[in-house]
Design a protein around this ligand. Structure first.
Ligand code: HEC
Length: 111
């Protein structure tokens, strides 16, 4: 009981409110920019040329079809994330910033 009283008293003398924010580690060169998710329209533009319902790429549509519909993204979320994360898709892989922004959308697809 003595120890718990000391610990409570210690907490009271170390308030977290009003403390300065913790600095990033010295090894961090600069804080990365926060990744902003693409919109559905932006993400679909990378895929719909081959995977939209009205596209003419039979081989592509055999694997994934209907990228103009948000439900396709929800129902195929894992396959889409995996294909883009591994640079399999799109056939000309996205730049790193675009890929991060695409994946942020694809992991939580909403219109
Ligand atoms: C230029 C045409 C083209 C574009 C653009 C394209 N794809 Fe594909 N995609 C294909 C073709 C062809 C296949 C089937 C052959 C293969 O699996 O490589 C395919 C296969 C896939 C598959 C199945 C992969 C597997 O493991 O079998 C997924 C998932 C996929 N595409 C997602 C996407 C997404 C998401 C985008 C947009 C970021 C995209 N594709 C853009 C042509 C395309």
């Amino acid at each position: 009981m003595v120890n718990s009283q000391i610990s409570v008293a210690g907490m009271e003398t170390s308030p977290t409110i009003g403390k300065p924010p913790i600095s990033p580690p010295a090894t961090s060169p600069e804080s990365p920019l926060p990744v902003v998710a693409m919109t559905f329209t932006q993400a679909a533009a990378y895929c719909s040329g081959c995977h939209a319902t009205n596209a003419t790429n039979a081989a592509a549509k055999e694997k994934l079809v209907g990228t103009e519909n948000i439900t396709t993204w929800v129902n195929n979320k894992d396959a889409i994330v995996s294909a883009v994360d591994s640079d399999l898709m799109p056939p000309s892989p996205l730049s790193e910033p675009s890929k991060a922004s695409f994946l942020k959308f694809a992991r939580d697809p909403r219109q």
